[in-house]
Ligand binder design. Structure first.
Ligand code: ADP
Ligand code: ZN
Length: 623
């Protein structure tokens, strides 16, 4: 690459995928199956790409868009997503634009003119807009390089992101025969995959499935005891100054937690569907445009959030399914740097979610599917083996070795034989008439002198006081695990009274050996990152300065900081301290255009830092 002293870049003339990757995007090599997908599209074939979040889906169509003649039409469901992608492309000197309802009339007309003059490489458009006669007419007069259908799982009626308009996208194939199509999604399950193929008419598409592992995400699941204080510590000690998301089930809880975190001096904002639209957008904007904002939200928040440096996702309540959990936690660490997912759960979650499920107006079949998904989610919480292996197995990926980056791998869980204790518990439920909840039953087992117990005469039946070998917490844990495994039922109509069911019988008879998880103590020792932050402490000062410069540039242009440079690039910059343009160009994520625009500014920051800290030699990677 040449250094451009005058700050102008040459137009993109190459048509070789690898040289485009290097000169335009500043990356050295393709990742995973990117090169194969690009090859398929460039030769005019259709493709279906399933890659995890952060896997690098966008380049799969952006590079063919630069190579094939004409404009690539990218269907994208959300305005925020389109704007982000287009800003990022424009930063790299690519001719890209979007068409959506946020654009004023003149701007739309201008983009349409550019299309007719063949002056764009990519145009992003919302499905409902693409499907109008006006747009279809327009595109019939334009040379089209390819169609890319992003977030293709939106065609799935089973998914949570279903969009009616996506169903009509199959007509692209009939209206524009011979134009290659690529559908992309991070949703992994088989059912969704089949639906995408059928509904978009992609039977002949080449299938590219990548592994769904997100190795940089550390998974952790804990019981809800004292969750608030533990999260506070986590935010202040492990993630201070970093951005992340905290999911809660209800709007009320979102408001309450966000307010409480603010009282504790943290930059937390609420987000849920009950808020005024402008308040919601304002909070979302702050989350994207600033560094280190904590978003406390219901699941209304997240889709279309492409912020790459979300460092943690906390669930203060149980998600409805493993798919939801995977998708929500997947918003952490898109940039590939270390990130954490921490879920808190308790028996009350099960009660609340089951109640919501039974009370919904879904049909019986759907309810059954959802019940099953919830059970699988609970099974995931109670696991004693590697969480990642379980997640990947759930999505059909084989694997059995522990990952070394989840709570169960880092701090193996002890199990205990709960067969006898379970028999006592079930017998206690039976002898007290299957009318009482956990607290009462634990009281009976421990032989508590409780006036209610005495009133019902339960201090005179055989299970009173037989469980003194275990403590309150152990009994509660046992009841929870029995309920979660379906070995007892919870009567929701009756204040959570526990009842026996058909599955209880073999346990009661001792025919079933029950291995239970020993609950962890509240302190999570040893699970923290050994070193705070993304960056070694000796480079911390420079890192902060580089972040300031990035934020300044971002503010000047009204863009989110990560559009200027990703944390990965900034981190490399802090570590290698390049002081010439050619060294700067060697960093991942510095293409020709960004080098010309920002190279000097960051070099100045580094020079200054080195002058003030003479001990910090730049590491010389070229020698
Ligand atoms: P997805 O859409 O699959 O979630 P993106 O396309 O947003 O992922 O890419 C995720 C991150 O990986 C982005 O920061 C992107 O710039 C980076 N990336 C993609 N491909 C490469 C590559 N070949 N080399 C280095 N970084 C890459
Ligand atoms: Zn593991």
């Amino acid at each position: 690459m040449e250094e451009q002293a005058n700050g102008r870049t040459t137009t993109i003339l190459h048509n070789n995928p690898l040289s485009l990757l290097q000169s335009v995007f500043g990356f050295q090599a393709f990742r995973g199956r990117q090169a194969e997908v690009i090859e398929a599209l460039c030769s005019g074939r259709d493709a279906l790409v399933l890659m995890p979040t952060g896997g690098g889906k966008s380049l799969c169509y952006q590079i063919p868009a630069l190579i094939r003649p004409g404009v690539a039409v990218v269907v994208s469901p959300l305005i925020a997503l389109m704007e982000d992608q287009v800003s990022a492309l424009v930063q790299n000197g690519v001719r890209a634009a979007y068409l959506n309802s946020s654009l004023p009339f003149q701007a739309v007309a201008a983009v349409e003119q550019q299309l007719l003059r063949d002056e764009l490489d990519l145009v992003y458009i919302a499905p409902e807009r693409l499907l109008t006669e006006h747009s279809l007419g327009l595109f019939s007069k334009v040379r089209i390089a390819l169609f890319a259908i992003d977030e293709a799982h939106c065609v799935s009626q089973w998914g949570h992101d279903f969009r009616q308009d996506y169903l009509q996208l199959s007509m692209l194939h009939e209206r524009f025969p011979g134009i290659p199509r690529i559908a992309l999604t991070a949703t992994a399950d088989e059912l969704t995959r089949k639906e995408i193929i059928a509904r978009l008419g992609l039977e002949n598409a080449e299938l590219f499935i990548s592994g769904f592992d997100r190795p940089n995400i550390k998974y952790r699941v804990s019981l809800k005891d004292d969750a608030k204080q533990r999260v506070l510590k986590f935010l202040k000690l492990d993630h201070s100054g970093e951005a992340g998301i905290i999911y809660c089930l209800s709007r009320r809880k979102v408001d309450e937690i966000a307010a409480w975190l603010r009282e504790q001096g943290l930059d937390a904002l609420p987000y849920h569907a009950g808020m005024e639209k402008q308040d919601r957008s304002r909070n979302q904007r702050r989350f994207l445009m600033e560094e280190g904002v904590i978003m406390v939200a219901t699941i209304a928040f997240g889709m279309g959030i492409d912020k790459p440096n979300v460092r943690f996702v906390v669930h203060l309540d149980l998600p409805k399914s493993i798919e939801a959990y995977y998708q929500e936690t997947g918003r952490a660490g898109r940039d590939g740097l270390p990130a954490e997912a921490w879920l808190f759960y308790g028996l009350q979650d099960v009660v609340t979610l089951r109640q919501m499920l039974e009370g919904s107006d879904a049909n019986e079949h759907r309810k059954r599917v959802e019940r099953q998904k919830l059970d699988q989610m609970l099974g995931f919480c109670e696991l004693t083996a590697c969480r990642r292996v379980a997640l990947l197995n759930y999505f059909g990926e084989e694997g059995s070795r522990g990952c070394g980056n989840c709570d169960n791998c880092l701090e193996p869980v002890a199990t205990w034989d709960g067969t006898e204790a379970a028999r006592m518990a079930l017998s206690c439920i039976y002898r007290t008439g299957q009318r009482f909840g956990v607290n009462y039953l634990v009281g009976v087992l421990l032989g508590k002198p409780d006036s209610r117990i005495q009133k019902f005469g339960h201090d005179r039946q055989s299970t009173y006081g037989i469980g003194k070998d275990l403590g309150v917490d152990e009994w509660r844990s046992l009841f929870r695990q029995l309920a979660i495994r379906g070995l007892i039922d919870i009567d929701f109509e009756n204040f959570g009274a526990l009842r026996l069911n058909a599955a209880s019988r073999p346990v009661l008879r001792g025919e079933y050996r029950l291995l239970l998880r020993k609950d962890r103590k509240k302190q999570e020792k040893g699970i923290r990152r050994p070193e705070h932050g993304l960056i070694g402490s000796e480079d911390q000062g420079l890192w902060e300065k580089l972040r300031e410069e990035r934020l300044k540039i971002a503010r000047e242009q009204g863009l989110p900081p990560y559009i200027i440079f990703h944390d990965t690039t900034l981190r490399e910059m802090a570590e290698t301290k390049p002081v010439s343009l050619s060294r700067m160009a060697a960093l991942s994520g510095v293409g020709e255009q960004k080098l010309a625009k920002y190279g000097e500014r960051f070099i100045r920051v580094i020079d200054l830092y080195l002058a003030e800290n003479p001990a910090r030699e730049p590491s010389d990677r070229e020698q």
